[in-house]
Design a protein around this ligand. Sequence first.
Ligand code: ATP
Length: 263
Amino acid sequence: MSDHETAPPEVDHEDEIPADHPRYTDLLTRHRIEAGVEKGITHLQGMHAEGRGSAFDYLLGEQTLPTADEAERAAAAHLLLADHPVLSINGNVAALVPGEIVILAETVEADLEINLFNRTPERIEAIADHLREHGADAGEIKGLEADARLPNLEHERAKVDADGIYAADVVMVPLEDGDRAEALDELGKTEIVIDLNPLSRSPQVADVPIVDNIVRAVPNVTDHARELADADPADLEAVVESFDPDDALAEAEERIRRGAVDD
Ligand code: ATP
């Protein structure tokens, strides 16, 4: 078997996936998404999204590009500078990085808001429970009220919390749908998007597009935030200013088109 082939992933628990498998991350993320669907936190559509992401990650060599690391550092600086940062959670985010996103929220003092494309009360409650099981403070999860609307979107997809995403100055929206990313952009939010497809609309409208797998990106943003925690605002501004979103997108696209998985 070549390094990039995948063994059949039929395991009941993620601990059974051999940690030395060359495609361990891919097997793990697939397993977590399947478990998320079974637990009612991830929509079936989330499996398709995962499949698309997995293909892009394969072409990126399943590693964080230097430009993605710069984006993750710029994201950390934006979150630390923000007055009201919010991290948006959908069914894939909850399935893939529940503990990691809770730790990031604590590190940068951000709110967590559940924000679903396929919104049902049952899924919202299941995701809130899942986040609480992974350390989120009971009662501190937003997205349950949905008492404000983003402009130019139909009713269900427009819903957000008035004191959450609607009032935020900086929002991190991992794996966001393109229409909603554009609506947030039009509202003037500083938008951080995590998406493995650099050609997708969401990273294209983002102030900080992070073209990386969310399982690598979120812990790395936290590491940068810890390192920058005592930096002066002027130094944080310098980190923000030195990041070029167009360069980061172009570098990721070039890497994917080259498809050079082994260098
Ligand atoms: P558009 O934003 O143009 O509407 P789309 O319809 O392909 O694009 P969605 O289904 O809304 O996208 O979202 C899925 C996106 O999430 C894909 O671009 C996919 O590459 C990305 N994605 C999936 N899994 C991951 C992951 N683990 N980490 C980062 N990005 C991921």
